[in-house]
Write a protein that binds this ligand. Structure first.
Ligand SMILES: Cc1cc2nc3c(=O)[nH]c(=O)nc-3n(C[C@H](O)[C@H](O)[C@H](O)COP(=O)(O)OP(=O)(O)OC[C@H]3O[C@@H](n4cnc5c(N)ncnc54)[C@H](O)[C@@H]3O)c2cc1C
Length: 367
């Protein structure tokens, strides 16, 4: 197999970057594939602006931070400065990261593993899954909706076009506010359509106040309650479009009548929440075990937990899972028995998992 890395790392958060740094230090070839625009995208997307980052360590954890370079400072700093520090670190160490590459699947090959992504296939002897606990949901429509954005990094790019935001919660509302504001500031009269599948939007008071303020200042918004995204299609000019049904009239003769709007997908942002990594584990064929009464202390009865060796290798040979993706607990195979292992979702845990995985890969590969 040509162009094969010792280690392919999925996700450029604390777990993925710590793995990359340790591979770099020990002479293993590696590449980080990150779906976001930059490293630490997961943290950038989920922490509120200005939040302090704490170097939290569970009281009963025996180990110190095993990768000091990525440890948050003892005196808490804002998430923005921690991300900035990490970005400088990645640059300074010249860590190999490819951004805007989304992991999709793994295939076995004779000499290792092929990782399938939306940007093609990458090959590795070992694969470390470090994609965190919060995977943005995809729109489920007939046809393909991959071109639909899941968040906004530059509201300015929606200026001059009718924009559709899908989702009924605070995240969707924040996106609506950001796009309305960007448009209002340059006197763009093209509206923002805000669609939600339910009749009621569900935002907190503070967000509702900010939205109300934006509307009173001149924000041009059209609400679409009870609207359902239906079809992804390509029009006769080759433009990917999303068709969203905005109402439906059931008729006695069995033929339903409905109205729908069709938006170019590049003008659509879907903020429909996130999900745990379980559907990905199922897709890749990583074994999970359901907790039965009395077996698990952290997970609830019936919850499925991923099965890992003490070195974080999954039941798929050569595929490791670390960090937030296996929090708050997983099933650990050790000395012939399987027990639930506590795994707090912390930067500390993510970084230390990386250390242990790289140590065990080094032993196997002999570097
Ligand atoms: C609001 C909030 C505050 C927190 N505060 C603290 C704190 O103060 N101290 C602390 O120790 N912990 C804190 N945590 C927890 C901490 O952020 C997580 O434990 C840590 O980020 C987990 O690291 P990770 O690398 O496993 O996952 P993540 O940080 O989630 O990184 C995963 C990366 O993988 C990428 N990714 C996802 N899917 C794909 C895909 N398909 N293909 C390619 N890449 C993908 C994501 O974009 C992301 O960049 C906080 C969490 C939240 C939500």
């Amino acid at each position: 197999m040509s162009g094969i890395y010792d280690v392919l790392i999925i996700g450029g958060g604390p777990a993925g970057l710590a793995t990359a740094y340790l591979c770099h230090k020990h002479g293993l070839s590696y590449l980080v594939l990150e779906s976001g625009k930059a490293v630490f995208q997961g943290i950038a997307n989920t922490y509120p602006e200005g939040k302090h980052v704490y170097a939290s360590k569970p009281k009963d954890a025996p180990e110190p931070f095993l990768v000091e370079e990525l440890r948050p400072p003892d005196k808490p700093v804002t998430v923005e400065s921690y991300i900035q520090y990490v970005q400088h670190f990645v640059q300074h160490e010249n860590l190999h990261v490819q951004t805007e590459v989304a992991f999709e699947d793994i295939r076995d090959e004779r000499e290792g593993l092929a990782v399938l992504t939306d940007k093609g296939v990458f090959k590795g002897r070992k694969v470390v899954l470090a994609f965190g606990s919060s995977i943005p949901r995809e729109l489920s429509v007939y046809g393909d909706a991959k071109m639909v954005a899941k968040n906004v990094d530059d509201a300015g790019k929606y200026i001059g076009v009718k924009t559709l935001v899908i989702g009924g919660g605070n995240t969707a509302a924040d996106v609506v506010i950001a796009v309305l504001k960007a448009k209002r500031e340059v006197n763009d009269t093209q509206p923002v359509y805000w669609a939600h599948k339910s009749e009621k939007f569900d935002v907190n008071k503070e967000t509702a106040q900010r939205l109300g303020e934006e509307i009173l200042l001149g924000g041009n918004i059209r609400l679409l309650p009870g609207a359902m995204p239906r079809i992804g299609e390509v029009d006769e000019e080759g433009v990917d479009r999303l068709v969203i049904r905005i109402n439906e009239f059931k008729q006695a003769d069995g033929i339903d009548l409905y109205h729908a709007l069709s938006f170019p997908m590049q003008n659509v942002i879907a903020c429909i929440g996130s999900q745990g990594p379980m559907p990905i584990f199922d897709k890749i064929g990583i074994q999970m075990i359901a907790c039965t009464a009395g077996v698990c202390k952290i997970a609830k009865e019936g919850e499925r937990l991923v099965l890992l060796t003490s070195g974080f290798e999954s039941t798929r040979k050569g595929v490791y899972v670390i960090g937030g993706a296996i929090s708050p607990s997983y099933m650990k195979i050790s000395e012939g028995s399987i027990t639930e292992a506590k795994h707090p979702n912390l930067i500390y845990t993510a970084i230390n998992d990386a250390y242990h995985v790289v140590e065990s890969i080094r032993m196997m590969i002999g570097k």
